[in-house]
Design a protein around this ligand. Structure first.
Ligand SMILES: [Zn+2]
Ligand SMILES: [Zn+2]
Length: 141
């Protein structure tokens, strides 16, 4: 498991499908949830997207920072690998936070998704089978 040198904050590694882009993020996520909105479904091709939120400065690109495909602007975007297209994270909340696409983490984070959000627009072919709380729209914890 990766350990920070001096701060004692555990750092998690993540990467895209092809390996061109690597990042590291402090294991200090503020929240994590499964988003069922149509945007998250389309950007991932999945029933929902597990996201973990953290202050933007706590995520650093460690490789491939010049190979990104950024869809959006600097303060609100989906950041993909420009080579394989993996969605790595989204910059949200006027640039203050990033939502890490949890499927791109290599290491096991200390947080687990705690809710389903935007269940009001979830895919009709997908059934939620766990007992986590469900919200029709946003949930700000
Ligand atoms: Zn890639
Ligand atoms: Zn979403």
């Amino acid at each position: 498991m990766p350990e920070a040198e001096s701060t004692g904050v555990r750092r998690l590694a993540g990467k895209c499908f092809c390996g061109a882009v690597h990042y590291e993020v402090d294991d200090k996520f503020v929240y994590a949830m499964n988003c069922h909105c149509s945007n998250c479904r389309r950007t991932t091709g999945s029933a929902f997207k597990p996201i973990a939120g953290i202050e933007r400065e706590k995520l650093r690109l460690t490789a491939g920072g010049d190979r990104l495909l950024v869809f959006g602007d600097m303060d609100g975007n989906d950041t993909h690998c420009g080579q394989c297209g993996s969605l790595l994270f989204s910059v949200v909340r006027e640039g203050a936070f990033v939502h890490v696409a949890m499927g791109t983490l290599i290491d096991d984070p200390g947080i687990r998704p705690g809710a389903h959000i935007f269940v009001g627009s979830k895919a009709p072919w997908f059934t939620i089978t766990d007992d986590l709380p469900q919200y029709d729209g946003h949930f700000t914890g």
